[in-house]
Design a protein around this ligand. Structure first.
Ligand code: 5GP
Ligand code: ZN
Length: 114
């Protein structure tokens, strides 16, 4: 989508600090990190949010989550763990309308969120 900031990162039109890329998935560091480890894992397909997932997307989402796990381990979060977050729409605190999984690690995180 032409006005989507994450689609622009995928296209290379705006810079992103890449963690991983393949044909269908991109991972890059969050520009405003909330933890020592904070990166985003996104499908290259423009899916606006988790409410707009379709049955045909389930395999892609499985691969996306598995990749998030692998990258979290690579980034040193395997032993102590991490938080995997998907914000959705206004009440979920979503600010970028392209589905993304936040991976946050390197420190303890409180629950519940504010
Ligand atoms: P959301 O609030 O939608 O769950 O998360 C969007 C995230 O994208 C935020 O953590 C924000 O810091 C990050 N973000 C927004 N614009 C950019 C950008 O241009 N580059 C990168 N790397 N991250 C961004
Ligand atoms: Zn997009």
């Amino acid at each position: 989508m032409s006005d989507c900031i994450f689609c622009k990162i995928i296209a290379g039109d705006i810079p992103g600090k890449k963690v991983y890329e393949d044909d269908e998935i991109l991972a890059f560091h969050d520009v405003n990190p909330q933890a020592p480890v904070h990166f985003l894992v996104i499908p290259k397909k423009h899916i606006r949010n988790i409410m707009e997932l379709e049955a045909a997307d389930t395999a892609l989402l499985g691969r996306l989550l598995f990749k998030a796990q692998e990258l979290a381990v690579e980034q040193g979060c395997g032993e102590k763990g991490a938080r995997f977050v998907i914000n959705c729409k206004d009440n979920g605190g979503q600010t970028v309308d392209h589905l993304h999984v936040h991976v946050l690690g390197g420190r303890f995180m409180e629950w519940p969120p504010g």
